[in-house]
Design a protein around this ligand. Structure first.
Ligand code: ADP
Ligand code: MG
Length: 348
């Protein structure tokens, strides 16, 4: 009998790590991406390069696979629906539609009494100029932003008055939170009340880009439990299948806010590969392919360093200790602010 095949939409490093996990579970993998140089192609059995609106290629992909998922959220909703008509996409396209837009994502959370930062929708110049109540704040495009792209920090009213943005995009303006710390909770949901939840991970960002993650997160017991409870509640409410990440802010008074949800595996969870018996990637593949749920246990405390831009050149030449795990994403060009690899260090 031939191996079952999982299709993964998107060709970045998350696609590579999902592909590796799927192969270890004896699945065949096909990556589809609109980036000719997508690094995940080097980790998959097959690669389809096309635009996400190329109907013929999307059809070809859909008919070659048994299961399908995605590694980034910015896939056109119509494409996900088209694939979904042939093979069921998980997480469901309707979930992705809510989460890929910062405004509908935050509206959804608040409707469910989950606290987020305060925010306002900004569609045009006059709405922007009259949003003083949200300053200091960060203006963010509702869709297509990642790693701090499409974001403008506004420190005071003068900056608000002088700011020029392109209103082809719809924005939200979020009030700046006085951050004590950022954490994330990764959860894999297999079905109704069936989960594996990883312990909260503590994250440090530099320049709006994740730089370090570690477990355990140094937070009090109340925040530790509450962040996990909220992640379960959100996953249940969305009827989510697969791995999801909830990013949180903790302010100086220990208030917890959801920053955003990622409907996919997440950078802060890279350390689960070496620190847990089952990684976020393996759990995701298990959930979307209907494989057994394995009880997920932490084996080690760990920290992860993102290697951004030219950092990678130094690390490619290093010799590592046996508790250090170096991952090179094999991207074809080194760019500033681009995630090029990571290093996980486990405590033995
Ligand atoms: P992205 O989708 O690019 O990850 P985020 O909304 O998560 O965008 O923002 C990236 C980082 O910028 C956050 O992890 C945080 O460090 C900082 N940031 C974003 N919004 C706020 C805010 N309202 N208050 C304080 N810091 C923020
Ligand atoms: Mg984020």
């Amino acid at each position: 009998m031939s191996k079952p095949t999982i299709g993964i939409i998107g060709g970045g490093q998350l696609g590579s790590m999902l592909s590796t996990a799927a192969k270890n579970l004896n699945l065949k993998t096909i990556i589809i991406s609109d980036d000719e140089h997508a690094p995940a192609q080097f980790f998959a059995d097959e690669f389809i390069f096309c635009n996400y609106n190329d109907e013929l290629k999307i059809d070809e992909f859909s008919n070659k696979i048994d299961f399908v998922t995605y590694e980034f959220e910015n896939i056109p909703y119509e494409t996900l629906c088209k694939i979904d008509n042939i093979k069921k996409v998980n997480p469901r396209p309707s979930i992705n539609k809510i989460i890929q837009n910062r405004l509908s994502e935050k509206d959804f959370l608040n409707k469910n009494n989950i606290k987020t930062t305060s925010y306002i929708s900004v569609k045009n110049e006059s709405e922007l100029k009259s949003s003083q109540d949200f300053i200091p704040g960060i203006l963010k495009t509702c869709t297509l932003g990642y790693d701090g792209k499409g974001q403008y920090k506004i420190n005071n009213e003068e900056e608000l008055d002088n700011l020029k943005v392109n209103f082809e995009n719809h924005y939200i303006l979020e009030k700046l939170v006085k951050l004590k710390k950022e954490i994330s909770v990764i959860i894999t949901r297999f079905g109704k009340q069936k989960y594996e939840v990883y312990d909260p991970i503590e994250n440090v960002h530099e320049d709006q880009l994740l730089k370090y993650s570690k477990i355990p997160a140094e937070v009090n017991e109340v925040l530790f439990d509450k962040s996990k409870e909220w992640a379960k509640y959100i996953a249940e409410e969305l009827d989510y299948i697969g791995t999801m990440c909830v990013e949180y802010f903790i302010d100086k008074n220990d208030n917890l806010f959801v920053n955003e949800i990622a409907p996919r595996v997440h950078n802060s969870g890279h350390l689960t590969i070496n620190a847990y018996n089952v990684s976020q990637f393996e759990n995701h593949i298990r959930a979307v392919c209907g494989l057994d749920k394995v009880e997920t246990k932490k084996l080690h405390n760990a920290k992860m360093i993102n290697l951004i831009g030219e950092d990678i050149l130094v690390y490619r030449k290093k010799i590592f200790k046996d508790n250090e795990f170096f991952f090179d994403y094999k991207k074809n060009t080194v760019k500033k602010k681009r995630k090029m690899g990571h290093l996980t260090i486990i405590e033995k």
